[in-house]
Design a protein. Structure first.
Ligand code: PEP
Ligand code: MN
Length: 339
């Protein structure tokens, strides 16, 4: 981090700033120019509040050279993170997971049928919302506790690990047998929740907020990781732009950007990103080609009557075709990379 001081800075003010920075465990390199003085901070500056320094009378400007996230930063962890998501399922570093299932769990037959179908086609993790974040309070809110029970039933019947969204910390005790906890886009910056999940012994998938920057997403991951839970998966699910044709705009560049900045696995959700089932297969393939470590796809056996997100849900038949295409694409990519 570099601090540029104003040119009329008094020595005692400068010395007290330097002392304060040293007390924060940093080495301070002073560079006195003819006009202005620069302070170069050496050490872990992730705990330094740049706004606080910027607000000091003697400071002209502050510039971060290093990112404020440390645990999630590839600079401190050059190799891809690889970890288990459910028994014997690895993600990251070339290990790819296909997460599939309905937007929300509706009843036993629905979740069990879809679970069996997607497993047959190659899905490796079952998704299904029990607690649903809906824009309208009059829309279906999810089966809640019963939804978790049904997901666990589908897990038992198929052997698929399950992922479902935690909307509030008060629900956490119901998630004991859930394999991966999803933090939804709307909760990406629920910092109290993220802190608590840092003490949790299971992988956490964090969806990018619809108006969040990459750095904000990585800072959310940092919240979980700084609590001791290193198993964080980043999920790009589209962001809000001026375009209204699609539900959101899928930011495919999120994959190479996040993988450059961080060692954490990155998955892409083309369903919430586009809001249209016909856009899901091409975007899923594009995300795979961009180097994603996995996909999260909404699949429903009767999209027209789905209680949530029917228009963006693909059928088990379409999913079957897509899963095979993804597999072929990954094989082709691996062969091409070997050349
Ligand atoms: C979901 O995956 O069911 C969901 C609500 O997604 P998002 O948080 O990305 O909107
Ligand atoms: Mn949905």
């Amino acid at each position: 981090m570099i601090i540029l001081l104003k040119n009329n800075t008094k020595n005692d003010e400068l010395q007290s700033l330097i002392e304060w920075l040293k007390n924060m465990g940093l080495d301070v390199h002073i560079s006195e120019g003819a006009e202005q003085t620069l302070l170069g901070l050496i050490g872990d500056t992730s705990r330094i509040d740049t706004d606080l320094i910027q607000a000091l009378d003697i400071v002209e400007s502050v510039k971060r050279i290093q990112e404020p996230y440390k645990n999630a930063n590839r600079k401190f962890h050059p190799d891809d993170s690889i970890f288990e998501v459910g028994k014997d399922n690895l993600i990251g570093g070339g290990h790819f997971q296909i997460i599939a299932g309905p937007c929300s769990v509706e009843n036993e037959e629905q979740i069990c049928t879809i679970a069996k179908d997607v497993k047959k086609s190659g899905a490796t993790i079952l998704r299904g919302g029990a607690f649903k974040p809906r824009t309208s309070p009059y829309s279906f809110q999810g089966l809640r506790q019963e939804g978790i029970r049904l997901l666990l039933l589908a897990k038992k019947e198929t052997g698929l690990p399950i992922i479902t969204e935690l909307m509030d910390l008060s629900q956490l005790s119901l998630f004991d047998e859930v394999d991966v906890i999803q933090v939804g886009a709307r909760n990406m910056q629920n910092f109290e929740m993220l802190k608590e999940l840092g003490h949790c012994d299971k992988p956490i998938l964090i969806k990018r907020g619809m108006s969040s920057t990459f750095q904000e997403l990585l800072m959310s991951a940092e919240y979980v990781m700084s609590g001791g839970n290193e198993r964080v998966i980043l999920c790009e699910r589209g962001i809000r732009t001026f375009e209204t044709y699609t539900r959101n705009t899928l930011d495919i560049s999120a994959v190479p950007v996040l993988k450059e900045l961080s060692h954490l696995p990155v998955v892409v959700d083309p369903s919430h990103a586009t809001g249209m089932s016909r856009m899901v297969p091409p975007m899923a393939l594009a995300a795979t080609a961009a180097g994603a470590d996995g996909l999260m796809v909404e699949v429903h056996n009767d999209p027209a009557h789905a209680l949530c997100d029917g228009p963006q849900s693909i059928t088990p038949e379409t999913f079957d075709k897509l899963a095979h295409q993804v597999k072929s694409l990954r094989n082709a990519m691996n062969a091409a990379l070997e050349c």
